[in-house]
Design a protein around this ligand. Structure first.
Ligand SMILES: CSCCC(=O)/C(O)=C/O
Ligand SMILES: [Fe+2]
Ligand code: NI
Length: 173
């Protein structure tokens, strides 16, 4: 059994509440685009995506394919993505193919699971604790967007003393 399969058995739906992308967005300061205006099949020339990038100032983008044949150090990377962490910058991900989950914490510190599929774009604000995993299909392809140079560093929980964490908590009031 691979780590992913084991992880899915252990974690999948048992200890996480499920939320739709739109309902979670109103609670956790997430920004989403799932109104059908984006078309993942034409991401290379999609005027809607271009507009979002322009409006939000996204100047960097790359594409990551996450499955065991495409991603070097697949198991290690998935373990890393599934460690609860935060970033100094917003995490912007656009699902181009396949499916995946982002988990965030609610105010009672329970995991909220957000199911992402092709065409969904999510912005996790800087300072939010989160984690990422695949579903049983073990495959997704996602665009990663940044304002300026990408900063990949993740701060594993506990990171409560970081200013960015305090700023995020303040933003919820
Ligand atoms: C869908 S991109 C892989 C996950 C990732 O980049 C990240 O930072 C998870 O928190
Ligand atoms: Fe992250
Ligand atoms: Ni879980």
């Amino acid at each position: 059994m691979t780590w992913v399969t084991e992880n899915l058995h252990k974690h999948s739906l048992f200890d996480c509440l499920q939320k739709s992308l739109s309902s979670a967005s109103t609670w956790y300061n997430l920004q989403t685009s799932q109104d059908g205006t984006l078309d993942a099949d034409i991401y290379e020339s999609d005027p809607e995506l271009e507009k979002i990038c322009k409006d939000q100032g996204y100047t960097y983008m790359d594409i990551i394919t996450i499955n065991k044949d495409a991603l070097p150090n697949y198991e290690e990377k998935l373990k890393m993505f599934f460690e609860e962490h935060l970033h100094m910058d917003d995490e912007i991900r656009y699902i181009l193919d396949g499916r995946a989950y982002f988990d965030v914490r609610d105010k009672e510190d329970r995991w909220i699971r957000i199911a992402m599929s092709k065409g969904d774009l999510i912005t996790l604000p800087s300072g939010i604790y989160h984690r990422f995993t695949l579903d049983e299909t073990n495959y997704t392809k996602a665009m990663r967007l940044f304002v300026g140079e990408p900063v990949w560093k993740a701060y594993n929980r506990p990171a409560d003393d970081l200013e960015i964490r305090k700023k995020y908590l303040d933003s919820l009031h």
